[in-house]
Ligand binder design. Sequence first.
Ligand code: ATP
Ligand code: MG
Length: 268
Amino acid sequence: MMDGERFRVATTVSLAEVDPAGTADFSGGKEKGRAAQAKLTKRLEALQELLFASGTERLLIVLQAMDTGGKDGVIRSVFDGVNPQGVKVASFKRPTDLELAHDYLWRVHPRVPAKGEITIFNRSHYEDVLVVRVHNLVPTARWERRFHQINEFEEMLVEEGTTILKFFLHISRDEQKARLQARLDDPSKHWKFSLGDLAERERWDDYQAAYEDVLNQTSSPHAPWYVVPSDRKWFRDLVIATVLVETLDKMGLEYPTHPDDLSGVVIS
Ligand code: ATP
Ligand code: MG
């Protein structure tokens, strides 16, 4: 059994010191890893149903990564077989004019999970201290204040009963190159290829620095960040499935008792 907590950002993290291809102390390769994850995903399926049935808890999962980092892959693999009715995905793209006319959390708050729901943020409000910072879209003083604003926003959500887990899918620059090249070489993957990704790749170091600040300033006990080594897709999925199952297990969910006495019910 793996310990998902070892990937949690509890003290200062330096991304250069986290090996994106690492597999921690997992004894076994891809085959064992995939098998272990499939088992966890089965449990996730049952736990999600329990979460929905009990209707008391909300789970928010934030996914952030460099381009090709694997956000889509995580959603596909880790949630494979989980009932889509209880899981929502909210993708945050470049803001619309209407969104830009408001504060940056305006589009985020309506997408947070309701009771019984799991919501996955595919990108999130963290873009407002990442891409916005790297491209100087607002003055420095403004994005700097957002760290504490985001912390307070998340703390409010947690105090009101939401559980928050945040995952940074950590890939290496070489791995990104290989994944971009693979998309370029395969016409059926061209729809995923964007020339804009190459421009962002040029700013790799700026993004790493921005991510490091995010991790160090916004990982708290109530809304922790996990740095997930993600060059190996199977290990990435295994870590995330492990943390999700550990978290849901800890909620101690129970099926609700029925409001009616069903003991004497006869179906004719
Ligand atoms: P895919 O895997 O499909 O490429 P993606 O999440 O990269 O998924 P894209 O449509 O390619 O989706 O990219 C979304 C873009 O929107 C990203 O470049 C991201 O940085 C940008 N974006 C998201 N939020 C903001 C924001 N608040 N301000 C400016 N840009 C943003
Ligand atoms: Mg993209």
